[in-house]
Design a protein around this ligand. Structure first.
Ligand SMILES: Nc1ncnc2c1ncn2[C@@H]1O[C@H](COP(=O)(O)OP(=O)(O)OP(=O)(O)O)[C@@H](O)[C@H]1O
Ligand SMILES: [Mg+2]
Length: 257
């Protein structure tokens, strides 16, 4: 996916983009048949649409994440990572999953909190940015590198994207090896109104890599979602000085893959 996926709808862009950006759907959303069979359509709300046409629905104490067939979205990868990460930190509890001709889906138990781009947090960007940094630090500290079966190294990412690693330049030596979230954009951190983080979602790319692979994107995503000027709050929340060389490298890699 590209960096545009978590940019707010309506942001002025230099070039026209053919795909809708990710965010809360503004119009009516058709409930896929498989989702309608799982939840009560009368009490179900579409809360998110991603760039590839994936949808997330909220229904009572459950969320259903649905990916259209052929979209390239891999919910099986996310299912495996949710089950692994749940042993050490707060991620959605898996309640079910399935697949049919139209798509695939994951059913999870609702976590507390609002995502960090909810209007409540968009109105408090400095506090939200600091919490995003702190939440990422806690995630990295909680997940054990040793025994983690998932890889998010530069080599794995360029190979999966089918790009020549030379395109992003020489990778800097690893700053600190951690289990990365893999998509540490602002909407994937949940925050409670009392100013603590309550969970991480969207773990389909979780894997071992340099902490800067996550942190560079978490800070960048505050620009897309809140505007410029909040990246320092993310680094402060994480408790690290910005490493400009690694930040630039991992942003190039993100854009390229
Ligand atoms: N179990 C859950 N509890 C609380 N909120 C959830 C849960 N699952 C999903 N959400 C909400 O739904 C949103 C979309 O879910 P998710 O990030 O997994 O979808 P996505 O389509 O992969 O997102 P992206 O556009 O970042 O790729 C999240 O930002 C979060 O607000
Ligand atoms: Mg997400």
């Amino acid at each position: 996916m590209t960096t545009a996926r978590s940019r707010p709808v309506g942001e002025a862009l230099a070039v026209p983009r053919p795909l809708p950006l990710s965010g809360r759907p503004t119009g009516a959303v058709d409930l896929p048949a498989a989702v309608a069979a799982i939840v009560d359509p009368g009490t179900t709300e579409a809360v998110w649409r991603n760039e590839l046409g994936g949808l997330t629905f909220s229904s009572g104490d459950r969320f259903v994440k649905w990916a259209p067939a052929g979209s390239g979205l891999d919910l099986e990868a996310e299912r495996a990572r949710l089950e692994w990460a749940a042993r050490w930190t707060t991620v959605p509890e898996l309640l079910g999953h399935g697949r049919d001709d139209d798509g695939s889906w994951l059913v999870t138990r609702a976590l507390a909190g609002r995502n960090a781009v909810d209007p409540y947090w968009a109105a408090r960007p400095a506090q939200a940015a600091r919490l995003i940094g702190a939440a990422l630090r806690d995630l990295h500290d909680a997940l054990p590198v040793e025994g983690c079966p998932f890889d998010w190294s530069v080599a794995e990412r360029t190979a999966r994207a089918g790009i020549d690693p030379a395109r992003v330049g020489l990778a800097p030596p690893v700053g600190r090896l951690v289990v990365c979230h893999g998509d540490a954009c602002a909407p994937n951190t949940l925050l409670s109104d009392d100013g603590s983080w309550t969970g991480h979602v969207d773990l389909g790319r979780l894997g071992v890599g340099d902490l800067w692979g996550d942190l560079a994107i978490a800070a960048w995503s505050t620009e897309w979602n809140y505007g410029p000027g909040y990246d320092a709050d993310v680094y402060a929340g994480y408790g690290v000085e910005p490493d400009q060389g690694r930040i630039a490298f991992y942003r190039r890699l993100w854009d390229a893959t």
